[in-house]
Design a protein around this ligand. Sequence first.
Ligand SMILES: Nc1ncnc2c1ncn2[C@@H]1O[C@H](COP(=O)(O)OP(=O)(O)OP(=O)(O)O)[C@@H](O)[C@H]1O
Length: 301
Amino acid sequence: MDDVLLIEGAGKLRGRLPVLQDVTLRAAPGQRIALLGHNGAGKSTLMKAVLGLIPLSNGRITVGGAAPGSTRARAMTAYLPEAVAFHKALTGREQLSLFARLAGEGTAPVAGLLDRVGLAQAADRRIGTWSKGMRQRLGLAQVLLGRPALALLDEPTSGLDPISRHELYAIIDEMAAQGTAVLIASHTLTEVEARTDRIAILRDGRLVADDTLENLSLRAGLPTRLRVRAAADPADAAERIAAETGGTRVNGASVDLLCAPEAKMAELRRLSAMGEAVADIEMHPPRLEDLYRHYSGEKAQ
Ligand SMILES: Nc1ncnc2c1ncn2[C@@H]1O[C@H](COP(=O)(O)OP(=O)(O)OP(=O)(O)O)[C@@H](O)[C@H]1O
C-alpha cells in the first residue's frame, strides 16, 4: 500500500546547528509508529516539518503525495500538540463544534466524539474549569474529527492518569484499525512498547533505529535474563546452581543469569539437566527500555 507519510533525507539547520540530519521514515495506512528520543533529539521539529509549520533545509516530505502545509496535506493530517490550548470560556461542546465547522464536517459527529473520549458528562462545562487530562481528551476528539489519514501525537499521555492512558491507546488502536497512520512522540517507553507497530529512535537529529520491536531486539543481540529459583531442598541448591552456571546469587534462593540470544536454549537445557535443584525459571527478555539505551547510546541510570 502507498505510504501516507514519506520523509526522505530530511535535514534541518537551526542557525548552524543541525537539528535533523538525513532522516528517512515512512508510514503506511494503519501503522502506529513510536517516535522516541532524548530531550532535544528533534521529535517536535520533525512533526512541525510534517505539518508544514517549518521548512526543511534538505530532503523532502510528502503527506499522501502532497507537500506539507498544502490544503490537501492539511486536510489529511491531524495534530495533537504536547500542551493543547483551547478557549477557556467555551464549553467542550462549543469548542469541538467550532473545530468541526472549521474542518467542514458539520456538528453531527460532535456528541459521539465527546462520548468516545469520555467527556459526555463535562461537555457543557467551560474548558477553563477542566483538568489537564480532560483537555488532552478534547484534543484527541479533535484529532478524531474528519478521520485523518495521518495523526501526529506529541506526548499524548502526558498528564493522564493510568486508566485514561489506557483508554487513549485504545482510541489510537481504533484509529489505526480504520486506516489512520499514527506517529506518536513519547518518553513513556512501557506504553509504546505494547501499543505500536514500529519504533523509530532519534538521537541528536539522526534516526538511529526504525523497525519492529522484535527486529530491533534481534539486531541488538541484548541478553535475556534468566532468574532461576533454587529448590528448598537440598539446602545448598542455590549455591550449586550459581557454581554450575556462573550466575549471580540474588534474594537468597535465586540465581540470575544473563545469556545471549543464541546461548539461551543451551542454558535452559543445562538447567533442566540439574533436575530437582531447580524449582522454577523466569525469563526476562530485553525490554524497550534496554533497547532504547542500546540504540540511543544512553547510559543506564
Ligand atoms: N524555535 C527554535 N529555534 C532554535 N532552535 C530550536 C527551536 N526549536 C527547537 N530548537 C532546537 O532544535 C533541537 C530539537 O528540538 P525539538 O524540540 O525538536 O526536540 P524534541 O525531541 O521534541 O525534544 P523534547 O523531548 O524535549 O520535546 C533542540 O536542540 C532545540 O534546542
